[in-house]
Structure formats: structure tokens, C-alpha cells
Design a binder for this molecule. Structure first.
Ligand code: GDP
Ligand code: PGA
Ligand code: MN
Ligand code: MN
Length: 626
């Protein structure tokens, strides 16, 4: 068995390869395929080349199975309806596997349940895989999906191979990553890749509830083994769980690679902003899922003379170059965006992007062959009948459930975005001048404030909190800690992650400035105090002026906020209560600091860097004397 082909042919006997040639795969890829064919026992193998022909074939196949329906109102658009039990990321079933638990999660205070990720032992991971994957692809096709995170030619790009039994995953990966033959070619020289195994699974009973969307919600599990650059996902077809290049690779495994190699893998949008004098800067911003990244990345500025261009809407890989300039690439190739709330008034650029070559998931459909979701009320013609995301008739004002699932999504190619940045695929990345943190904070947190320095900025990221959203399985709108908007995506111990962020300070004399923003503060009437969306350009304007060292800020206990009248509100329609937007109630902030301290004590304990503890003490002291 010294010849590499011998083992392969023995194992794969009787399995038909319906596309591509196994012999053309690099030995490493072949070995990975062979091992998992053995485990999953598919009937057929399809090596994906990424061609349009292949894509059309898969779309046809899915249409035959009822997984997708065409949306004839648009060009090459499709609607997928999932099993209603499979609509979001499953954070409680997501694990990182390391020899020692402390490599993955901070050691919590005794009796306290950890909320900064889930650990699984390597042995239990092996058992979990064996239990679920043995024979799980019987009668199905295993697709071999070669993909690159980042432009194939970029030195910053990383490659993955996803094995999956879902055609929906293949066509979605073709949108979200660079997928196909070019990647296989790059692997020919023995280049390593991240191993991504995925199956939608079969319930233990053998009974598939919804033939058009097989899944196994009872046993769904998402596993990561950073040491081997390995991801294993079972039981779910939902994007965040099944498009393994995205959260699993680019963030969880990515953050562990970034730690080793000295860079940052973050849950951040990247945008370019040009001011009226023509000066252009790039900004990266971390907001939790469903808190405004895609909208900010594609914003239509209301302030005259401003221009926004989009580099990415969800993930940034960033490193300091030899000149100490932080540079970012967007490792993705598409947008997997929240549909509800997207409209010509809130995000006209997204509306210009998504009505061709797009896969919609769990949105409502219209009798004229289009889509509908909450926020599109003004975009559908009268007399059009609506069918909700579950396929039931839906009538505006009568039905008491939403037409579209709150976490329904569009999956659309980035290059279709009319304001995609000319540098969005620049192999060296774009220079980052500012980093924004933010979340949904209905009370107490001002529209914008600036960190005093890098260390204080890291504390602000570490102390981030936000209202829960429909992006994961959380119930209700409870305020949750979500440090760096990365809580569901840390690939290693959060204490070490903070240490890593702090260590960036010595890599540069030209560090980006750090800010915190909050578009979601509410007044006593329960309504948003700030109009948001395009009006957020007013906040970006202030931030850019701060980057130019304009003295438009005043010091407060929590950081620097706009001086009176320094936020440009010219031409803003309707009244905005600026005083309330920037009010810093002392009791609120004392409680906030206490909540962060409690969180650090209970959740991070001894793993908290001393510097963060000191920064928090400084904040508390400033608050007491304010
Ligand atoms: P992402 O998941 O972080 O990319 O968030 P999105 O940009 O998709 O936005 C999620 C939800 O928040 C959508 O329903 C948006 O309409 C809403 N949203 C985004 N930006 C704003 C804003 O500035 N103000 C308000 N009130 N809502 C916003
Ligand atoms: P989002 O991306 O941040 O656009 O919501 C998906 C997710 O985080 O689940
Ligand atoms: Mn995200
Ligand atoms: Mn988004």
C-alpha cells in the first residue's frame, strides 16, 4: 500500500464520481476525502469546479427537491425555506476542542456557568463525530468544495476544503467565498487547508421531517479543533452553522491562527469614507450579529459631500504592515445579510445589490414572484398576495406572526454592490484609521464616544454589551455581554485574546483611534432617539474630524464625546434630542462599571490581563469623581 492511490481505490470502490477526477486532487486532499467517505458512506462524489454550469445544475437539482423555488420577478434569484427548527446559529451547541479546557475558555468563578464559549475534550469530540457521521451520507452525494477566504492570489488568503451533503451549501459557498478549480490548482503543491466536514445529518430515528430541508436539530453540533485546523458541523443547513468558511473558519479557527501569527480575525465590517475635501479613510467596526454592520458598510450618507464605499460587511482580517499601518482584508466574497429592515429608505444600496444572483432564505414571497419582509411594506404593489416564510398565507395587519423570519437572510455576491470599494480585493488590504465598537443599548450609552488611548479602547471592546437578537437561539431582548462582538466566535480563551489585543500597541506608533457608537438609544416614549442609517454619516464626520485632531471633543468619565454643537446636525429632518442622546446618567454608568467588573470576576477571573483590571479601576475612579 505504498502507492498513494491503492488505499483510495479500495475505500472508494462502488462510489461513483459524478464530477471531477479524484486522481487530480493533491495527496493531502485525497487523504482527507478518503477518510471521510469511509466514515459518511455517500453514494456519489462531486468535486466542485465552481463553474456556472455546475451552479445551474445544482440549482435545478434543488428545485426538483423543493429546497428552493425560483423568484421570477428577479434575475436568477431563489427562495429557500428551511425547517422551522433550523433558522439561526446554535451557540449552545458550538464547541472548541483543545487538550486543556483553559486553552479554550477562561476559568470561571466556582459555581458560575461560563458564557465565553464551550469546550469539549478531543476524545468527546471524536465520539460526537463517530456517533453522528457514521453512514450519515447514505444515498446522498458528497460535494467536495475547495474555497479560499480572501482573493486566491492574496498572501493573506487561506484555503479550506468543505465536504458537505448539501447542494444549498455548495451554491451558497460559491457566493460567499472564492470557490472552485483555481483553489484546487493552488493546493496542487501540497499547500495546507482548513478541513471542513459538514452534514445536514439524519435524525437518529431515521425519519426526515421535511424532505426539502433535511436536518437533525436534536443532535446538531458545531465542533472546532484549532490544533488541526479542523471544523466539523453536523445537523444544520442554516448559513452560520453550515457555510463553514464564515464564522467557523474566518472567525473561530481564524482567531487562533491570527493569535499564533500575530494578527487579528474580527467580527467587523470594513468601509471607506471620503469627506467633502476628498480625503479618504477606512474604518472597521464590530457590532454583534443583527446590530447594523451590513447597513453601516453600505450606508448612503445624508451629509452632503460624503461618500461611503464598502470593503466588507461582517469579517475583517487585520495585521500591521512593516510601516506599522494596520491593514484589513475582507476574507469573504459575498454578503449574508439580515433581510428584515432592509428597504429603499433604510439601505437603498443593499436593495440595488440583492435582486440578481441571490439566494434568499426564510423571507416571505409575493404572488408576483418576488420577496417580502418586514420593512418592505412600501415596496410591494397593492393587491399582491403574500406567503410567509413557512409557506402560509399572510395578510398585513391581520396575521400576528412576522411574514419573514426575523433572522431571514439574503446571500448575494459582493461585486454586485454598486458602492463596492475599488480596493476591496487589494491583496495587501486597506489601511485602517479607526476602529468602532457598538451594540444595541436602549439606555445610558451615548451616540458616540472616543477611547482615551489603545488600552482604554481594549477595555471598551471587552466591556461591550448588547440586546440579544434573532441571529442566535437567545430568547427575548435581554442585554448580554458581547465582548468585541466576538462572544459566539472566540476560537481561544478570551483572557488570552485580550492579551493579544493589548500586545498590538507595541506594533505601531500610528495606532487606529478607537470609538464606541450606539444607534439604538431610546427615549422615554420607547422610540429610537437617533434616526440612524444614512444619518450615521454625521457620527462618521465627527470621527473623521477627531482623526484630523480637530478639537471637537470634550472629556468625560467614560471617554471623549462631541463638544456642544460639534456634531453636524445641519439639515437633519425632525427634532433630535441631542441632550438626551449624550446624557451620561451617573447611576447608570456606576452600575455599568459594576456589571462589567462582576462579569470579568465571574467569567474571566485569573485570565483577565492586569492592564484591563487597571483600566476598569481608572474608569470607576473617573466615574466616582465625575
Ligand atoms: P448586521 O447583522 O450587524 O450586519 O446588522 P444589519 O445591518 O443587517 O442590521 C440588522 C438590523 O438592524 C436590521 O433590521 C436593520 O434595519 C437594523 N439597523 C441597522 N442599522 C440601524 C440604525 O442605524 N438604526 C436603527 N434603528 N436600526 C438599524
Ligand atoms: P451578521 O452575520 O453579523 O450579519 O448577523 C451573521 C451572524 O453573525 O450570525
Ligand atoms: Mn456576523
Ligand atoms: Mn450583516
Amino acid at each position: 500500500a505504498s502507492h498513494p492511490n491503492v488505499g483510495l481505490f479500495n475505500h472508494l470502490k462502488g462510489i461513483s464520481v459524478i464530477n471531477g477526477d479524484l486522481k487530480s486532487l493533491s495527496p493531502k486532499v485525497r487523504a482527507y476525502v478518503e477518510e471521510n467517505v469511509d466514515l459518511c458512506k455517500p453514494e456519489k462524489i462531486h468535486i466542485c469546479d465552481g463553474t456556472e454550469q455546475e451552479n445551474n445544475h445544482l440549482l435545478n437539482l434543488m428545485q426538483q427537491h423543493g429546497t428552493i423555488v425560483p423568484l421570477p420577478k428577479y434575475q436568477n434569484c431563489w427562495l429557500a425555506r428551511t425547517n422551522p427548527a433550523d433558522t439561526a446559529r446554535v451557540e449552545s451547541k458550538t464547541f472548541i476542542s483543545t487538550e486543556k479546557r483553559a486553552e479554550t475558555i477562561p476559568t470561571t468563578k466556582e459555581g458560575i456557568k461560563g458564557t465565553l464559549g464551550n469546550w469539549i475534550s478531543p476524545r468527546d469530540m471524536d465520539v460526537a463525530i463517530k456517533d453522528r457521521f457514521t453512514g450519515c451520507m447514505k444515498g446522498r452525494t458528497m460535494y467536495i468544495v475547495p474555497f479560499s477566504m480572501g482573493p486566491v492570489s492574496s498572501p493573506l488568503a487561506k484555503i479550506g476544503i468543505q465536504l458537505t451533503d448539501s447542494a444549498y451549501v455548495v451554491v451558497s459557498m460559491r457566493v460567499m467565498t472564492r470557490m472552485g478549480q483555481a483553489v484546487l490548482n493552488k493546493l496542487a503543491d501540497g499547500t495546507d487547508f482548513v478541513k471542513c466536514l459538514h452534514s445536514v445529518g439524519i435524525p437518529a430515528s431515521g425519519f426526515v421531517e421535511m424532505a426539502s430541508w433535511p436536518c437533525d436539530p436534536e443532535r446538531t453540533i458545531i465542533l472546532h479543533r484549532p490544533q488541526n485546523n479542523e471544523i466539523v458541523s453536523y445537523g444544520s443547513g442554516y448559513g452560520g452553522n453550515s457555510l463553514l468558511g464564515k464564522k467557523c473558519f474566518a472567525l473561530r479557527i481564524g482567531s487562533t491562527i491570527a493569535k499564533r501569527e500575530g494578527w487579528l480575525a474580527e467580527h467587523m465590517l470594513i468601509l471607506g469614507v471620503t469627506n467633502p475635501t476628498g480625503k479618504k479613510r477606512y474604518i472597521a467596526a464590530a457590532f454583534p450579529s443583527a446590530c447594523g454592520k451590513t447597513n453601516l458598510a453600505m450606508m448612503t450618507p445624508s451629509l452632503p459631500g460624503y461618500k461611503i464605499e464598502c470593503v466588507g460587511d461582517d469579517i475583517a482580517w487585520m495585521r500591521f504592515d512593516n510601516n506599522g499601518q494596520l491593514r484589513a482584508i475582507n476574507p469573504e466574497n459575498g454578503f449574508f445579510g439580515v433581510a428584515p429592515g432592509t428597504s429603499n429608505s433604510s439601505n437603498p444600496i443593499a436593495m440595488k445589490t440583492i435582486f440578481k444572483n441571490t439566494i434568499f432564505t426564510n423571507v416571505a414571497s409575493t404572488s408576483d414572484g418576488g420577496v417580502f419582509w418586514e420593512g418592505m411594506e412600501d415596496e410591494v404593489d397593492d393587491g399582491v398576495k403574500i406567503t410567509d416564510w413557512r409557506g402560509k398565507p399572510w395578510v398585513k395587519g391581520e396575521s400576528n406572526t412576522p411574514a419573514a423570519h426575523p433572522n431571514s437572510r439574503f446571500c448575494t455576491p459582493a461585486k454586485q454592490c454598486p458602492i463596492i470599494d475599488p480596493q476591496w480585493e487589494a491583496p495587501e488590504g486597506v489601511p485602517i484609521s479607526a476602529i468602532l465598537f457598538g451594540g444595541r443599548r436602549p439606555t445610558g450609552v451615548p451616540l458616540v464616544y472616543e477611547a482615551r488611548d489603545w488600552k482604554h479602547g481594549v477595555l471598551i471592546g471587552a466591556g461591550m454589551r448588547s440586546e440579544a437578537t434573532a441571529a442566535a437561539e437567545h430568547k427575548g431582548k435581554v442585554i448580554m455581554h458581547d465582548p468585541f462582538a466576538m462572544r459566539p466566535f472566540f476560537g481561544y480563551n478570551f483572557g488570552d485574546y485580550l492579551e493579544h489585543w493589548l500586545s498590538m500597541e507595541k506594533k505601531s506608533t500610528n495606532l487606529p483611534k478607537i470609538f464606541h457608537v450606539n444607534w439604538f438609544r431610546k427615549g422615554s416614549d420607547g422610540k429610537f432617539l437617533w434616526p440612524g442609517f444614512g444619518e450615521n454619516s454625521r457620527v462618521l464626520d465627527w470621527i473623521l474630524r477627531r482623526l484630523d485632531n480637530e478639537e471637537c471633543a470634550r472629556d468625560t468619565a467614560i471617554g471623549l464625546i462631541p463638544k456642544a454643537e460639534s456634531l453636524n446636525l445641519e439639515g437633519l429632518e425632525g427634532k433630535v434630542n441631542v441632550e438626551e442622546l449624550f446624557n451620561l446618567p451617573k447611576t447608570f454608568w456606576m452600575e455599568e462599571a459594576y456589571a462589567i467588573e462582576k462579569y470579568f470576576n465571574e467569567q474571566v477571573g485569573m485570565d483577565l490581563p492586569l492592564i484591563i483590571d487597571q483600566e476598569l479601576k481608572k474608569l470607576k475612579k473617573r466615574l466616582i469623581f465625575s
